[in-house]
Design a protein around this ligand. Structure first.
Ligand SMILES: CC/C=C\C/C=C\C/C=C\C/C=C\CC/C=C/C(=O)SCCNC(=O)CCNC(=O)[C@H](O)C(C)(C)COP(=O)(O)OP(=O)(O)OC[C@H]1O[C@@H](n2cnc3c(N)ncnc32)[C@H](O)[C@@H]1OP(=O)(O)O
Ligand SMILES: Cc1cc2nc3c(=O)[nH]c(=O)nc-3n(C[C@H](O)[C@H](O)[C@H](O)COP(=O)(O)OP(=O)(O)OC[C@H]3O[C@@H](n4cnc5c(N)ncnc54)[C@H](O)[C@@H]3O)c2cc1C
Length: 664
């Protein structure tokens, strides 16, 4: 018997080839096939079940995470999965674990900052998971200010060793994932001291626990920092604390690609810029942008499918009520998020390319694009995670009361996702880095140095400062060049206005501090321009499949025009557009929503998420929401008994007292 599909009618309405859209979303046919196969593999494996994890105690959740990680590793070995497939498998298991840090930061830190001898020694053990590592940078007293870290690594020429020490309470390492209970090793960031001189923060490979008994090595105090936000969620991770009491490590365990310490204790700074010590963060920030599109797509998929099932008001002659997705307010809240998911996907693809390019250049000692890579990864990480975190909460509200149920999947997704706004760099701190980069670019405009890459538009500042938007009718807003010029003009005008204000301060640092809220806005305008321009560039590509390109054009316009509507103040205040042109953009936006509507379900189907990965009754593929909610309610442990535990001790006495009082 064919299973009932409550979304069948919605799916029939789609005006594009879904299979081709799935390939666009995945990036290529190969990626699609790989990811589809691995997602199904995980979904069909009972060990990877996750429907009960919000009910587990912290200890049970942690053990469950260890069990899943061990099983995932076994599957990876047994099936001889490639590194790419293994990464996919871990992400579909969808439970934050120490392995995220081992593969995502420990290994990349050694690869990026280690010498070839260090690679030869450490990487084979790490790849086989004979050692498990984490990334121990943040301390109790300092996270954002990396130069303010206090842990010391003092070279002892007598023994050819470093002495790792935590001199204060605030120097305790605090937060590293995988550190609390699992890692045998860590890349530890500490101040390098040689001959009494402080050379700033560097990375060191330090063994923390015995490989036979898992006990902390002498001089090491290590443990978990405690429960975090939400039930389940990120509590599967053992974020840890760590203190060193004069722990000795051999000299060759300092990561020495950027700087070296010789046998005699001489500090040698190579040609490689010191910022490469921050390279692992740049790498992870880049991956976080693609992950933002996945998390956003997940929330949007749930809210879209549920909005098509849910009906409220408007029944005519006893007929069905209106699907909430047909309310214009629902569309104006939901469809920009759908468009943002696609926009972040494409900018994520581009950022991956940029990162690969800068990595290849670094290998050839070309450091010219490093500032651009830093600004782009920092800015886009910040912008996409802030939008996604807010969007998950918006999707919860879009699902009304049922969105607040744990089995909607949204509370857990929110709880797991929100720390992305903080880790790998607080989002405001990172936007200020982008602003510095932009102010530097503006200050060099008259010097003959041509801005390149994502700031190339600033080279056309003269035109962009005085150009007038030519929109006269709503449909004029559909011209890519019109949209692009409006976003470029807004970004450049805001940058130059801020640079002028900065110029009024005698001390530039004072000016930067005073104007920092405005500078954050400037950085956001620049990042939004990057996302819009990369979406437009994507549309220049040959995109096969009936109606696929057309849908992407609609989504691109929704993305750009909803931003224009949201930030109308910026656009109008900088004189890029008139208030009337703003109103025309809004008119066009409404027309675009009507074009998205029949395709909405198919556009979220294109994410190709399994029900297992989505983990949401409201977002399930077949849309059989009410029956599933009803069945699920009875599985709650509170419903194991008809009369609850505690009735006799606490409820009955009150009720009886009531009866006694009544008798009086
Ligand atoms: C189910 C799961 C669902 C979802 C999960 C989603 C994703 C998960 C994926 C992976 C992640 C998994 C787990 C997360 C684990 C988290 C780990 C961490 O958080 S690690 C710690 C991260 N810490 C930070 O990010 C700290 C932030 N601070 C900094 O980076 C620096 O201190 C800061 C840049 C703010 C300032 O540095 P400072 O040295 O003081 O620089 P200054 O401002 O003086 O600038 C000097 C000069 O250097 C340039 N620069 C700065 N940084 C970089 C860089 N990284 N690369 C290149 N250049 C850099 C800066 O621009 C300036 O240049 P100029 O001199 O002006 O030219
Ligand atoms: C779930 C999670 C996992 C983590 N995993 C790891 C890990 O594996 N390894 C690791 O080393 N670290 C890890 N961290 C730590 C993380 O990287 C830091 O918390 C993060 O970098 C922010 O630093 P902070 O906590 O010092 O925030 P703070 O800098 O103290 O921020 C507090 C507030 O001050 C503001 N602020 C700070 N500086 C400025 C400024 N210059 N200008 C304006 N405003 C400012 C911020 O915007 C924020 O509002 C993790 C954190 C979390 C939450």
């Amino acid at each position: 018997m064919e299973a009932l599909d409550y979304h069948a009618e919605e799916r029939r309405k789609a005006e594009f080839n879904l299979d081709e859209m799935k390939i666009v979303w995945a990036g290529s046919r190969r990626n699609y096939e790989l990811s589809d196969r691995v997602a199904r593999l995980v979904a069909s494996d009972p060990v990877f079940r996750k429907d009960n994890r919000t009910m587990l105690t912290r200890k049970d959740l942690f053990k469950d995470t260890l069990r899943k990680a061990a099983h995932a590793w076994k599957r990876i070995i047994d099936l001889r999965l490639s590194e790419e497939e293994a990464n996919m498998l871990r992400s579909y298991v969808d439970q934050p674990a120490f392995t995220d840090l081992h593969w995502g930061m420990f290994i990349p830190a050694i690869k990026g900052q280690g010498t070839s001898e260090q690679h030869e020694k450490w990487l084979p053990m790490a790849y086989k998971m004979q050692i498990i590592g984490c990334y121990a940078q943040t301390e109790l007293g300092h996270g954002s200010n990396v130069q303010g870290l206090e842990t010391t690594a003092t070279f002892d020429p007598q023994t050819d060793e470093f002495d790792l020490h935590s001199p204060t309470l605030t120097s305790s390492k605090w937060w590293p994932g995988g550190l609390g209970k699992v890692s045998t090793h860590a890349v530890v960031y500490a101040r390098l001291i040689t001959g009494g001189q402080d050379h700033g923060v560097h990375g060191f490979i330090v063994q923390l626990r015995g490989l036979d008994d898992h006990l902390p090595l002498p001089g090491i105090t290590v443990g978990d920092i405690g429960m975090k936000f939400g039930s389940g969620a990120y509590n599967s991770m053992d974020n840890g604390l760590l203190r060193f009491d004069h722990v000795r490590i051999p000299r060759n365990q300092m990561l020495m690609r950027v700087s070296q310490v010789t046998r005699e204790g001489k500090f040698v700074q190579s040609d490689v810029p010191r910022q490469l010590v921050y390279g692992t963060m740049v790498y992870v920030r880049q991956t976080i942008v693609s992950d933002a599109s996945c998390a956003l797509a997940r929330a949007v998929c749930i809210a879209t499918r549920y909005s098509a099932v849910r009906r409220q008001f408007g029944s005519q002659n006893g007929g069905p009520e209106i699907q909430v997705i047909d309310y214009k307010t629902q569309q104006s809240r939901l469809f920009p998020l759908l468009a943002s998911a696609y926009a972040f996907r494409f900018v994520g693809e581009w950022l991956k390319w940029l990162y690969t390019d800068v990595t290849q250049r670094l290998q050839a000692n070309d450091f010219s694009t490093l500032p651009e890579a830093h600004a782009c990864t920092a800015g886009l990480k910040s912008m996409t995670t802030s939008v996604t975190a807010d969007a998950i909460e918006e999707c919860r509200k879009l699902c009304g009361g049922h969105g607040y149920l744990s089995n909607s999947g949204l509370p857990e997704l929110f709880a797991v996702y929100i720390p992305t706004c903080t880790y790998e760099g607080d989002n405001v701190v990172l936007l200020l880095q982008v602003a510095r980069f932009l102010m530097k670019t503006v200050s060099q405009l008259g010097s003959g140095k041509k801005p390149v890459g994502t700031t190339a538009y600033m080279g056309r500042a003269e035109h962009l400062m005085q150009c007038r938007c030519e929109v006269e009718m709503a449909q004029d807003w559909l011209k890519p060049s019109t949209i692009l010029e409006a976003f470029e003009a807004r970004a450049v005008r805001m940058s130059i206005a801020c640079a002028k204000s900065l110029g009024k301060f005698s001390n530039p640092e004072d000016g930067f501090a005073e104007l920092s809220p405005d500078l954050v806005e400037v950085a956001i305008a620049h990042c939004q321009l990057i996302v819009v321009s990369k979406f437009l560039e994507k549309l220049q590509q040959d995109i096969p499949g009936k109606g696929v390109k057309r849908q992407l054009e609609i989504l691109c316009n929704v993305y750009a025009l909803h931003l224009l509507h949201k930030h109308l103040g910026d656009f109008v205040a900088t004189g890029c557009i008139t208030p009337n042109q703003g109103a025309l953009a809004n008119e066009q936006l409404r027309l675009l929503y009507a074009q998205v509507r029949p395709n909405a379900i198919a556009l979220v189907d294109a994410f190709n998420y399994t029900d297992h990965y989505l983990g949401s009754i409201l977002g399930c593929y077949d849309g059989n929401v009410y029956q599933k909610l009803y069945q699920e309610a009875w599985k709650d442990p509170l419903n194991d008994t008809v009369v609850p535990d505690g009735y006799l001790e606490y409820l009955r006495p009150i009720l009886k007292q009531h009866i006694r009082t009544a008798r009086l």
